[in-house]
Design a protein around this ligand. Structure first.
Ligand SMILES: [Zn+2]
Length: 279
């Protein structure tokens, strides 16, 4: 099992230290495994697509598709009591996990869950009717504001485009963060994303390996190329090292970033990473 750089109490202490810096114009980023990222700016925090349980390992335990966890959980979701917003890009359990979201709803009573409008029935069924007032439902191109965060929905093609899949571009302070959700490249994607001036792109790399075709996501080479094509200042790979059957090495991502002169950062789960504004 891969140990996160920081976990549990140590992780929370690090987040608290970062949040205490409410003045300087920096953004703090932690990968929480799979597609989960916590970002904090001036003490306010947003969490992308958290999967912080063993729901899938339990669900598939006795099947021919065992979801053996590779990286230990960074944090108990019940302890995330400081969140302004959480996203869910689509309904697959590694992006919408009731065992993660229900404790977060209880711990962070002011938090809003941002998700594609097409997924409202699914969300209410899983989280209960009381959660309805805390859902921010967005269709393609719509925007919502939660505290200092403005979240705009962009399309995602988990093989095919669908209103039940989304990516998000979050604006906070001087920063734009693109979280693609699960997606492959699709026509018009680059033209849609480039105008945002993305500072940080968070992209999956587990897909479409030439020798082991896993449908639905970018591979490492494509992730680096997409980041370059939209002129992202930084790109961080994700969606690997969570389940043994569905992982990837970041090596091809790293090599392609180097070839393209695209700044990319491979981060460890639970490790704090700081982005500064452009001068
Ligand atoms: Zn996924």
């Amino acid at each position: 099992m891969i140990a996160p750089a920081l976990q549990d109490d140590d992780f929370l202490a690090d987040v608290a230290r970062a949040r205490a810096d409410a003045i300087s114009e920096k953004m703090f980023v932690w990968w929480l495994g799979q597609s989960g990222f916590l970002i904090c700016h001036r003490g306010n925090c947003l969490l992308f697509d958290p999967y912080l349980s063993d729901a899938l390992t339990k669900k598939y335990a006795a099947t021919d598709k065992p979801h053996v966890r590779m990286t230990a959980r960074v944090i108990d979701p019940a302890r995330l009591d400081f969140l302004s917003a959480v996203t869910s890009s689509h309904n697959h359990t590694d992006h919408f996990d009731t065992e993660t979201l229900a404790p977060i709803f209880a711990a962070s009573p002011a938090m809003k869950l941002v998700l594609p409008a097409a997924n409202v029935d699914f969300a209410v069924e899983r989280l209960g009717d009381a959660a309805r007032a805390r859902l921010m439902l967005l269709t393609d191109g719509q925007r919502a504001t939660v505290g200092p965060f403005t979240i705009e929905t962009v399309p995602a093609a988990h093989e095919a485009l669908s209103p039940t899949f989304a990516g998000f571009v979050v604006s906070v302070g001087p920063f734009r963060i693109y979280h693609s959700g699960d997606t492959v490249l699709f026509p018009g994607m680059i033209e849609r994303l480039r105008p945002f001036g993305v500072d940080l792109a968070l992209l999956p790399i587990n897909g479409r390996a030439p020798e082991r075709r896993v449908a639905g996501n970018l591979n490492g080479v494509e992730a680096a190329q997409l980041a370059r094509a939209i002129s992202a200042r930084w790109v961080v790979p994700c969606h690997y090292e969570m389940f043994e059957f569905n992982t990837a090495s970041p090596a091809s991502f790293v090599a392609e970033c180097a070839r393209l002169d695209q700044p990319g950062a491979v981060v460890r789960a639970g490790e704090r990473w700081t982005i500064f504004p452009t001068a």
